[in-house]
Design a protein around this ligand. Structure first.
Ligand code: NAP
Length: 268
């Protein structure tokens, strides 16, 4: 990120995976404005048509790309198309699949690995192939849709819990390796937003309290606008962390150990 961007220059070319529905759709529509080009990704380009129309109505230029993020070759093709128009200055890793709600030893091994392909390998490959060009241009931003699953223990869905913990670690590696060259990375847990994913999860059956998607969009927008760059490498939680407190912390600067996934001392 060049000095202009450190001063909070908004990202204007943003790749968003999982933009066809749920949180990715909310974020795409929330980031859409006339200064931006949004590159929206889901398995089929046609899934993205309604969100693309809404983003265009808000003034954004939109490119829709079908890509099966569980397949390396499909990601490679998608990246080729993206780079043909220049690297994005922000990546939102939102596409994801939920886990198998059974004990780890009861899970289907192929499905367990499929979760890693979509939730972890896809963000890795996207970054592996886009970040070098972003760095050549002075840096950029990466927003990972993390989860409480990255930082808690749980008895089922070990595939999902594992993928989100590893995504967090990938994000921290990106932050540590890329910060000096202008990369800013934020891990955002979106709370519990009512989407296709959560509607089908046993653990949310009967839930009446949901996170307002606006809280998620507010953090994503502030990060895209350069207002949360001081939190790079940290974990934030929509619906729990107020936007005002995050902006204050970003300006004040955070300590090296704050909100990192780290070994903590034994309890006395
Ligand atoms: P969702 O409603 O199920 O949407 C999932 C998105 O991912 C869709 O756009 C889907 O697109 C895309 N996707 C899934 N598999 C794909 C594949 N193989 N290739 C390309 N795209 C694929 O999920 P959500 O609830 O919005 O969750 C979004 C992200 O937030 C996920 O990473 C999830 O882990 C995280 N998260 C959500 C919650 C929550 O409360 N909802 C909580 C914590 C974390 P197509 O089906 O059109 O391909």
């Amino acid at each position: 990120m060049n000095t202009d961007q450190q001063a909070g220059i908004p990202a204007n070319r943003i790749l968003i995976t999982g933009a066809s529905r749920g949180i990715g759709a909310y974020i795409a529509e929330g980031l859409a404005n006339s200064s931006r080009t949004l590159i929206l990704v889901a398995r089929k380009a046609s899934h993205l048509d309604p969100v693309a129309s809404a983003c265009e109505t808000a003034g954004a230029d939109v490119c829709i790309l079908g890509c099966d993020l569980s397949k390396r070759e499909s990601i490679a093709q998608m990246i080729k198309v993206v780079l043909s128009d220049g690297a994005p200055d922000m990546i939102v890793n939102c596409a994801g699949v939920s886990g198998q709600e059974v004990a780890p030893w009861e899970s289907d091994p192929d499905q367990w690995w499929q979760t890693q392909l979509v939730n972890l390998r896809a963000p890795y490959l996207i970054q592996r192939w886009l970040v070098p060009t972003m760095l050549e241009r002075g840096g950029g931003r990466i927003l990972d849709l993390s989860s409480g699953a990255a930082v808690t223990d749980f008895e089922t869905s070990s595939d999902y819990w594992t993928s989100k913990t590893a995504l967090f670690r990938l994000g921290s590696s990106m932050h540590v390796a890329g910060f000096e060259r202008g990369l800013r990375v934020l891990e955002m847990a979106p709370g519990v937003v009512q989407t296709d994913m959560t509607r089908h999860m046993k653990m949310h059956e009967g839930r009446t309290q949901w996170t307002d998607p606006e809280d998620v969009v507010a953090i994503a927008s502030a990060f895209a606008d350069g207002k949360l760059d001081g939190l790079s490498g940290a974990f934030v939680r929509a619906g729990v962390d107020s936007l005002g407190s995050l902006i204050e912390k970003s300006i004040a600067g955070i300590g090296g150990d704050e909100r990192r996934l780290r070994v903590t001392p034994w309890a006395k």
